[in-house]
Design a protein around this ligand. Structure first.
Ligand code: FAD
Length: 392
C-alpha cells in the first residue's frame, strides 16, 4: 500500500469551532492511525483478519469509552471528542472503527447506563483498557430491522437464568470476552444480560466470506442452555428502548466516522488527480474530474457541520434519536457516494489495494446497512415529521 500522506480537508475552518482539547484528542488519534493502522490495514483486510495488536493503541487514544467517566477507566471526554476519535479511526478503516464503536457504545454504554455499581466496577475498567473485548447481540437470523420480534429468551431458574437462542452478524463475536445480549424473559420483556466467554453452552462461530469490513471479525452468538448468574442482568432499563439507546450512541459515532472514510477518499483522489497526466495535462484540470472533486468537498463540508451541530446537541443532552438517524443516514450515503466517485478518478488503480478507496467503498456497504439500514433511518425521519408510522 502507498504511504499515508493524508491531509485533512477543512474547507469551512471547522477547526476554529473546536476546543484545544478536541484538537489534541483528534490529532493524537490521527497520528496513531497514520503510524499503527495505515501501514498494516490493507494486508489484514485482504486476509480477512482483525489486527489484534492494535487493541492497546485503541485504548491508549481513548477509543474505548471516550465519554465514560474516568472513575470507570473511560476517557471522560465530551461527545465532540468522541466523534472526532471515530472520524479519525474510520479514516483508517471502518472495520477498526466498528470494533471501537461496539466496545464503547454497545458494550460499555449499557453497562454504565443500565448496570449497577458492581457491574460497572467489574467490567468497565477492563473494557476501557482493552484487556477484555466485548460484543453486542441484538440481531437474530430472522429479526434484523425488527429486533423487537427476537426469540432469544431466558427463564428464571431460581438461582440463575437459563438462556437459549442465537444472534447473527455480531461484530467482535469471535474474540469477545463478554457479550451484552438482548433477550426476552418469560413475560416477553427485553432485558440485557452480560454473558461471559467461559459460560458453558456459549459459542461464537465466525462468519466468513465477507467482501466488506474484512478487517473486522463478525460472527454468531449461540446460547444452548447457558446458565447466566442473576447478577449479570442489567437492572436499570428494560424493553426495546434499552438496546435502542445504545444504538443512538453508536449511530452518532458512525455519523462522524463516515466523514473520516469520505475525507480519506477525497484526499487520495485529489492528490492522484493532480499527479496523473493524461492527454498531456493533470486529470485534475479536466472539468469532469473537477466536478467530482468540487462536489465531494461540498458534501464533506455539509456533513462536518451536521455532525458538529449534532455533537453540540448531544453535549447538551438535547439530540433526539431522529436527529441522530438523519446524520447517520446522510453522512454514510455521502461517504459511499464519494468513495464510488473517487474510485473512478483513480481509474484502474482505484480497484487495487495500493490505495484505500476500494476498501472504504466495500466497508461502507456494511456501514450503510448496520445500526439501522438506510431505509429504516428514512422511515424514522418520516415518522418524526408526520407522526405516521410507515414501518408496518
Ligand atoms: C458487518 C456487520 C456487522 C454487524 N454487527 C452487528 C452487531 O455487532 N450487533 C448486532 O446486533 N447486529 C449487527 N449487525 C446487524 C445489522 O444491524 C443488520 O444487518 C441490520 O439491522 C439489518 O438487518 P438484516 O440484515 O436482517 O436486514 P433486513 O431487516 O432483513 O432488511 C432487508 C431489507 O429490507 C428493508 N426493510 C426492512 N424492514 C423494512 C420496512 N419496514 N420498510 C421498508 N424496508 C424495510 C431494509 O431496509 C433492507 O433493505 C451487523 C451487520 C453487518 C453486515
Amino acid at each position: 500500500m502507498k504511504p499515508d500522506l493524508f491531509e485533512a480537508p477543512d474547507y469551512y475552518n471547522i477547526d476554529d469551532l473546536l476546543s484545544e482539547e478536541h484538537k489534541l484528542v483528534r490529532d493524537a488519534a490521527r497520528e496513531w492511525v497514520k503510524r499503527d493502522v495505515s501501514p498494516i490495514i490493507e494486508e489484514y483486510a485482504q486476509r480477512a483478519e482483525f489486527p489484534k495488536q492494535i487493541i492497546k493503541g485503541l485504548a491508549d487514544i481513548g477509543a474505548f469509552g471516550p465519554y465514560i467517566p474516568e472513575e470507570y477507566g473511560g476517557a471522560g471526554l465530551d461527545q465532540i471528542s468522541y466523534g472526532l476519535i471515530m472520524q479519525e479511526i474510520e479514516r483508517g478503516d471502518s472495520g477498526v472503527r466498528s470494533t471501537a464503536s461496539v466496545q464503547s457504545s454497545l458494550v460499555m454504554y449499557p453497562i454504565w447506563k443500565y448496570g449497577n455499581e458492581a457491574q460497572r466496577q467489574k467490567y468497565l475498567p477492563k473494557l476501557a483498557s482493552g484487556e477484555w473485548m466485548g460484543s453486542f447481540g441484538l440481531t437474530e437470523p430472522d429479526h434484523g430491522s425488527n429486533p423487537g420480534g427476537m426469540t432469544t429468551h431466558f427463564k428464571d431458574m431460581g438461582d440463575h437464568y437459563l438462556l437459549n437462542g442465537a444472534k447473527l452478524w455480531i461484530s467482535n463475536s469471535p474474540f469477545c470476552d463478554v457479550a451484552v445480549v438482548w433477550a426476552k424473559n418469560e413475560e416477553g420483556r427485553i432485558h440485557g444480560l452480560v454473558v461471559e466467554r467461559d459460560m458453558e453452552g456459549f459459542s461464537t462461530p465466525e462468519t466468513h466470506n465477507k467482501w466488506s469490513l474484512r478487517a473486522s471479525a463478525t460472527g454468531e452468538l449461540i446460547f444452548q442452555d447457558v446458565k447466566v448468574p442473576k447478577e449479570n442482568l442489567l437492572p436499570n432499563k428494560s424493553g426495546l428502548g434499552a438496546p435502542l439507546g445504545c444504538l443512538d450512541s453508536a449511530r452518532y459515532g458512525i455519523a462522524w466516522g463516515a466523514i473520516g472514510a469520505a475525507m480519506d477518499c477525497y484526499d487520495t483522489a485529489l492528490r492522484y488527480a493532480k499527479e496523473r497526466i493524461q492527454f498531456g495535462k493533470p486529470i485534475a484540470g479536466f472539468q469532469l474530474q473537477q466536478k467530482k472533486l468540487a462536489e465531494m468537498i461540498t458534501e464533506i463540508t455539509k456533513a462536518q457541520l451536521l455532525a458538529f451541530r449534532l455533537g453540540q446537541l448531544k453535549n447538551e443532552n438535547r439530540a433526539t434519536s431522529a436527529q441522530i438517524s438523519m446524520a447517520k443516514r446522510n453522512n454514510v450515503e455521502m461517504a459511499i457516494t464519494i468513495a464510488r466517485e473517487a474510485r473512478q478518478i483513480l481509474g484502474g488503480m482505484g480497484i487495487t489495494g495500493e490505495y484505500s478507496i476500494m476498501r472504504h467503498m466495500m466497508n461502507l456497504e456494511s456501514v450503510i446497512t448496520y445500526e439501522g439500514t438506510h431505509d429504516i433511518h428514512l422511515l424514522i425521519t418520516g415518522l418524526d415529521i408526520t407522526g405516521l408510522n410507515a414501518f408496518k
